[in-house]
Design a protein around this ligand. Structure first.
Ligand SMILES: [Zn+2]
Length: 242
């Protein structure tokens, strides 16, 4: 059992180095992912705005054309008004003119509204494009940083992982599973040391009888509080009790 526990101590050392490499990369990979998805969102919004602007512009042209036609028609009606012979004809013509004028007014109002929307969308598009460029530059910077970091740590990580693969062959599967489970749940460290009669991680006092058993490294003991596997390193032997 002592051999197995020694193996676990070595394994924890390797896992600690791997964790440090990961920490050196920090939240860069996550940041890169977030930026990329941000950029997607902004691009989609930009496309939508451009599409809206195009639609408004073509509607504006149609409104303009329609207004010109109506204005010609109106002129014609107004000329015809002087040529009508009966009151009935006169009334009918005035009604036509009224309708025509009303429609022109509506169209002119719509034209102004469209013009306003187009200006607003144009500003929105410029702002969004600016933002998109900023995010793209930021992404580029972060990606470059990340790939440099990966380049620097890749070799070391590969070596450590190879060492780990070899090492775990000597550890039983259930114990390794337990070790990995504690490691993942406990901030990367599955082992704690017996240090001055306490757990080195959570400082829980270990009863003397249990401490002696741990020093013998014949059985696996778990800290009752933090759940880590308690092991003993000989160099702790001479430290004065606290
Ligand atoms: Zn503990």
């Amino acid at each position: 059992m002592r051999k197995v526990l020694d193996k676990l101590i070595e394994l924890q050392d390797i896992d600690g180095q791997l964790l440090k490499l990961e920490e050196a990369r920090g939240d860069l990979p996550q940041k890169v992912n977030e930026l990329a998805s941000d950029i997607d969102d902004i691009s989609n919004k930009l496309d939508q705005k451009k599409h809206d602007k195009k639609e408004n512009e073509s509607r504006k042209m149609a409104v303009d054309g329609e207004t010109s036609l109506l204005k010609e028609k109106l002129k014609k009606y107004q000329n015809q008004l002087y040529q009508v012979k009966t009151n009935k004809e006169y009334d009918a013509m005035t009604l036509e003119i009224d309708n025509c004028e009303k429609k022109i007014e509506e169209l002119e109002y719509e034209f102004l509204e469209l013009e306003e929307d187009i200006i607003k969308l144009g500003n929105d598009i410029s702002e969004t494009e600016e933002k998109l460029n900023e995010q793209k530059q930021l992404l580029q910077k972060n990606e470059k940083h990340l790939s440099e970091m990966m380049e620097q740590t890749k070799e070391k990580e590969k070596l450590l992982k190879e060492q780990r693969e070899i090492m775990i062959k000597d550890i039983s599967r259930p114990l390794l599973t337990t070790y990995d489970r504690i490691r993942l749940n406990r901030g990367g460290r599955a082992l704690a040391y017996l240090s001055n009669g306490s757990c080195s991680d959570c400082s829980t006092r270990i009863p003397p009888q249990r401490s002696m058993e741990i020093r013998m490294m014949n059985t696996i003991y778990y800290c009752e509080v933090c759940g880590r596997i308690l092991v003993w390193k000989p160099e702790d032997k001479d430290k004065p009790p606290q």
